[in-house]
Design a protein. Structure first.
Length: 244
């Protein structure tokens, strides 16, 4: 994940709407909401404003610091708009850790477990997402202390991107969770938090939707069905009814 990859990251965010059905933008969050509606857990509340304080329920202070630094490198703010931190992606991640998704209750979690299976075999570990994050963050900070004498959040941006790239390509060896497994969930969940409906805690002020011109949960597009190619002029709307 070199500096040259920053523009492709933004290009990806613009393209994802055209290839992913709107109903799947929340991915893990959408599944969690389904479980919540059946009584498994309490639905997440509407996202607070971007200036409201938030006290994480699952992540510790050090983990919270790591998340802010990491997601800021994965989706940085630039001339196109706010990044993952302004979109409150860490809030989304923390909320997910306390819901069925975070506890792995939506997965088959029986053995046997393997760490050396090919990707096409799917997830083969015994760790729920909340465990992947806890062990992965601790391992990454330990690696950074040994390699650079600083925790990840205290490194400069270029070094942080080097560490993330090494994790992505499994050049770093962690003891309890594979580095590339931790990175893959961090990246996937960061995208989800940036693009999901704000009721799940991320996409504050619908900055992700505004970036791509996604209208959100508007109920009526009949007036625009016969106007292909014309830019939709209205801002996005959350499932909660809040307008962006």
């Amino acid at each position: 994940m070199s500096n040259d990859d920053q523009e492709p990251r933004r290009k990806f965010l613009r393209q994802v709407i055209s290839i992913v059905p709107a109903s799947t933008l929340a991915t893990g969050a959408a599944l969690t909401q389904t479980a919540c509606s059946s009584g498994t857990s309490t639905p997440t509340a509407a996202a607070p404003s971007s200036n409201a304080p938030y006290d994480p329920r699952y992540f510790t202070a050090d983990e919270w610091k790591f998340l802010h630094a990491a997601v800021d490198r994965l989706i940085p703010a630039d001339e196109l708009g706010p990044g993952a931190v302004a979109a409150q992606v860490p809030v989304f991640l923390d909320k997910q850790m306390e819901l069925p998704y975070g506890h792995g209750k939506l997965w088959y979690m029986q053995g046997p477990f393997h760490t050396d299976q090919p990707p096409e075999m799917g997830y083969q570990l015994s760790l729920a997402p909340r465990d992947i994050y806890r062990l992965g963050i601790a391992a990454c900070d330990a690696y950074c202390k040994k390699q650079y004498n600083k925790i990840f959040a205290d490194l400069d941006h270029a070094t942080q991107e080097t560490v993330l790239s090494d994790m992505e390509h499994n050049k770093v060896k962690f003891d309890q969770v594979p580095a590339n497994t931790f990175f893959s969930y961090l990246l996937k969940n960061t995208k989800e938090g940036f693009l999901s409906d704000p009721i799940h805690g991320g996409n504050a002020d619908m900055v992700g939707w505004k970036l791509m011109g996604f209208p959100g949960a508007r109920a009526d597009f009949a007036d625009w069905a016969t106007r292909p190619g014309e830019k939709y002029p209205y801002g996005p709307v959350s499932i909660s009814g809040r307008r962006g």
